[in-house]
Write a protein that binds this ligand. Structure first.
Ligand SMILES: NC(=O)c1ccc[n+]([C@@H]2O[C@H](COP(=O)([O-])OP(=O)(O)OC[C@H]3O[C@@H](n4cnc5c(N)ncnc54)[C@H](O)[C@@H]3O)[C@@H](O)[C@H]2O)c1
Length: 360
């Protein structure tokens, strides 16, 4: 029998989730909730078999719903997680799991004493390319892991365009890279020095680079920014991971369509190219379904704790950057041009849906 799911928040991510739930025969989407009427109208078109609601309480009150997918914004996540716990639903939460560090840790506490399954979409952990590289590291081919370098720069979400509840981009998006570096290091962050820049006179840094050490001595640098040529005629991005061991290296880059992994170990050189895989929601929900059906939590489900650690680190790095000069370059006129261009683009990096549109 398929697992009934209720989806809360039918924006960009909610639509990705719906597509994947529809493709997976282990699930049936029973409800979709969104506070926006236009989003509900789109939901009714996209999921004709589902009940579409403005208020999400009927989802929790329906005992046949086993899973809730929480895809609204961080400012409403805590109350939704608490309600899910009260009604005993399995939880697939978008990141971050709440809007403040304090609330996130209280959600971690709630999850750790909860008997149902709860997970969070730290999607890089489910990507084929990071899993491939991790296996290569484990095989000993690069010697001892020493240096982790991660970079993700795109002409994506502009300041003031939305997502305020998620913080500046080093938090909103950057926490994924913070998490994946920790996942590789298998250790906790020990030190951090962060440098940011306020582009276009925006109050917060929209580009940030930090470096430091993990407790086990591995060093890292993380660069993340959505300041990468928003007004260039033909836009591009730069996204990679560079893993350096005592003997060999492993690296990955992608163009959002294909990912390319390059492994250079002591015995093996391997270059693998496969479809990028997007947000890997297909994998996350499938692992969740298998956990529910078997009654055993899969180790592949990221924990709320992982999300809280990454989120807290990202907030702290932003705070640290404010202590380190934090120069400002550019002006608001350029930012207005960027917002205008993005508002009129139909195909671009991380465009927020204009409610009625189905945006990729
Ligand atoms: N894991 C990832 O890779 C990843 C990527 C992008 C975004 N996200 C996260 O996913 C979440 C959603 O992001 P998005 O880009 O889809 O945002 P979005 O603004 O496109 O969509 C959010 C939707 O939630 C609805 N909503 C807001 N409050 C609600 C409530 N109380 N009840 C029901 N609906 C409500 C809004 O009307 C909107 O349709 C964010 O928390 C974001 O950080 C995660």
């Amino acid at each position: 029998m398929s697992i009934k799911v209720g989806l809360i928040g039918f924006g960009r991510m909610g639509r990705f989730y719906l597509d994947e739930f529809k493709r997976n025969s282990k699930y049936e989407v029973a409800y979709i909730s969104d506070v926006s009427e236009e989003c509900r109208m789109l939901a009714a078109q996209e999921a004709p078999g589902a009940t579409i609601v403005e208020d999400y309480m009927p989802i929790f009150e329906d005992p046949t719903v086993e899973v809730v997918a929480l895809c609204a914004l961080a400012d409403s996540r805590k109350e939704q997680i608490e309600t899910a716990v009260k009604y005993g639903k399995h939880i697939i939460s978008e990141k971050p799991i709440a809007d403040t560090i304090e609330n996130e840790w209280s959600m971690v506490k709630a999850e750790e004493s909860y008997s149902q399954f709860a997970t969070v979409n730290l999607y890089l952990r489910n990507s084929w390319y990071h899993r491939y590289i991790k296996d290569f590291i484990k095989s000993g081919e690069i010697g001892e892991l020493a240096i982790i370098r991660v970079c993700h720069m795109t002409p994506g979400l502009a300041p003031g365009e939305g997502h305020e509840a998620e913080g500046p981009v080093f938090h909103d998006c950057g926490m994924h890279y913070v998490d994946i570096a920790r996942w590789y290091a298998k250790s906790e962050y020990a030190t951090c020095h962060a440098q940011g820049i306020r582009m276009w006179d925006w109050k917060d840094p929209w580009w940030l680079q930090c470096h430091g050490t993990f407790e086990n001595g591995i060093v890292y640098d993380i660069t993340q920014g959505f300041v990468y040529g928003q007004l260039s005629k033909d836009q591009t991005h730069n996204s990679y991971i560079d893993i350096i061991g005592t003997k060999g290296i492993a690296r990955m880059t992608h163009d959002f369509k294909m990912a390319r992994v390059e492994l250079r170990g002591v015995n093996t050189t391997e270059i693998v190219e496969r479809p990028y895989g997007g947000k890997n929601i297909d994998k996350l929900i499938d692992v969740m379904a298998d956990s529910i059906n078997s009654g055993r939590r899969s180790g592949r489900l990221p924990k709320f704790r992982d999300s809280a650690i990454a989120s807290e680190f990202a907030w702290n790095a932003l705070e640290n950057a404010r202590q380190n000069a934090l120069p400002s370059i550019g002006n608001n006129r350029t930012l207005e041009e960027i917002r205008y261009r993005r508002a009129h683009m139909t195909n671009g990096y991380g465009l927020l849906p204009r409610n009625h549109q189905k945006n990729q």
